[in-house]
Design a binder for this molecule. Structure first.
Ligand code: ZN
Length: 138
């Protein structure tokens, strides 16, 4: 094999290529990234929630900042929040269960149809899973 010498590379050409790549990256990043208005960090658009009212269709603060904001609020008002939640649960006791029981009775055939279609689609996977479970148990 021939040993390559890298000393004879055209530096000007290399710099030109580097500049082009940097320019391209900058152009692409403007579409993919956004700066969070709270932490001032440039982040991927995936790290922002959807907000249709915003012109960029993304929120101005990133998800992490939103979580921190919520946790701060939660711990500052924990007693109040817990009381409100408990009151709601006590006032609506059993309503959800009743609602779902009624729904299952009213939509019995429809739900059976959905379960049947799902079973047909996942038949092989279920068989495989059951086999694996048997092997683990034995
Ligand atoms: Zn942020």
């Amino acid at each position: 094999m021939v040993k390559r010498s890298y000393e004879f590379v055209d530096i000007a050409l290399l710099k030109q290529r580097e500049k082009e790549l940097l320019e391209r990256e900058e152009k692409e990043t403007t579409r993919i990234f956004k700066v969070c208005s709270r932490c001032r960090v440039r982040k991927s658009l995936l790290e922002f929630s959807t907000d249709k009212r915003n012109s960029t269709s993304k929120t101005n603060t990133c998800k992490k900042c939103k979580i921190i904001e919520y946790l701060k609020y939660y711990y500052q008002n924990q007693a109040k929040i817990l009381i409100v939640n408990k009151k709601y649960r006590d006032d609506h006791k059993g309503i959800r269960t009743k609602y779902f029981q009624k729904y299952q009775e009213d939509h019995k055939k429809h739900l059976q149809q959905i379960a049947k279609v799902w079973y047909q689609a996942n038949k092989e996977r279920i068989k495989k899973r059951n086999l694996e479970r048997k092997l683990i148990l034995s």
